[in-house]
Design a protein around this ligand. Structure first.
Ligand code: C2E
Ligand code: MG
Ligand code: MG
Ligand code: MG
Length: 283
């Protein structure tokens, strides 16, 4: 049964993994049809360079429109993972995101970067490198425009194997990011062995930034860690001007969050990028 989740969205699938198997089968069928019918859409959330104010790129975030509203990834990605449907879905996401980025880059006249989230199952599946390669060739995008986001938990289990996969991906020329940093199994010690370009600080750290206090010290330390390892540091979940200011003062490179923009469908993203360009050239 579809229920309002109180945030303007709808809770469609229970996050509880104990839901009945009959219900799971129904959802699975519905998802399989949605993939076949191309019902999914990608939204894009801009990322802003905190020093220059320039929008350097965006993160692709999947959405599933339904009659009752938008179904969020937190509700269906876990099931897609469990059932293996993440493989066809993930393939679609990759091709679509790269193609859309080409369209947006042409519209604004400079190469945008796109960050694409990978799931555990995609990351561990043999042939991921060829799939990425195929998507790059099919869309004609430059590999360095593509950033793949993985989480700490995906690399925590079989560290050696994960590092090999990361190296294989990097050899294609794409960038790698650690998403939600600070929430998972602490890979602090391993972090320097990971061939990653970007550290994305989890939004929980950013949300704690409500005034200039000890929380600033914590996030400054995390930013220092990433920078010390030569990584680009991105803060996600930036909602206020104060958070933006404190992050910039702490040396964070890039911000992403509702303060800059909500995730947007492609045409609106292009509109926002053009407005930002016009505003910059008028000053
Ligand atoms: P994530 O990759 O960490 O994405 C950031 C999430 O924070 C997004 O939620 C985004 O809409 C939300 N967000 C952005 N700015 C703010 C803000 O200022 N405040 C708050 N409170 N939230 C903000 P979303 O789109 O619901 O996605 C949730 C998660 O689902 C993602 O977390 C990611 O792990 C997963 N996901 C989304 N799209 C994909 C996809 O295409 N493939 C895979 N495998 N996973 C995806
Ligand atoms: Mg992400
Ligand atoms: Mg994140
Ligand atoms: Mg997340």
């Amino acid at each position: 049964q579809v229920k309002r989740d109180g945030k303007g969205g709808y809770r469609f699938f229970s996050e509880d993994l104990n839901i009945s198997s009959a219900r799971r089968v129904r959802m699975e069928t519905r998802m399989r049809n949605a993939i076949a019918n191309q019902e999914f859409v990608l939204y894009y959330q801009p990322k802003q360079d905190l020093t220059t104010g320039w929008i350097t790129g965006m993160e692709a975030l999947i959405r599933w429109p339904s009659d009752e509203g938008m179904i969020t990834p937190g509700e269906f990605i876990p099931l897609a993972e469990d059932t293996g449907l993440i493989n066809p879905l993930g393939r679609w996401i990759l091709f679509q995101a790269l193609q859309d980025t080409q369209i947006a880059s042409k519209a604004v006249g400079y190469p945008l970067q796109v960050a694409v989230n990978l799931s555990m199952r995609q990351f561990q599946r043999p042939g991921l490198g060829s799939l990425i390669q195929e998507a790059i060739q099919a869309t004609g995008i430059q590999p360095e425009q593509v950033e793949l986001e993985i989480t700490e938990s995906m690399v925590a289990e079989e560290v050696e194997k994960a590092i090999n996969t990361m190296q294989e991906l990097r050899s294609l020329g794409v960038r790698l990011a650690i998403d939600d940093f600070g929430t998972g199994y602490s890979s602090m010690a391993y972090l320097r062995n990971f061939p990653v370009n970007t550290l994305k600080i989890d939004q929980s750290f950013v949300q704690d930034l409500v005034k200039d206090d000890s929380n600033t010290a914590i996030i400054s330390a995390v930013i220092g860690l990433g920078k010390g390892l030569g990584m680009q540091v991105v803060a996600e979940g930036v909602e206020t001007a104060l958070q933006r200011k404190l992050l910039e003062e702490a040396g964070c490179h890039v911000g992403q969050g509702y303060h800059f923009s909500y995730p947007l469908p492609l045409p609106q993203l292009i509109g926002l990028l053009k407005d930002a360009q016009n505003a910059a050239s008028n000053t």
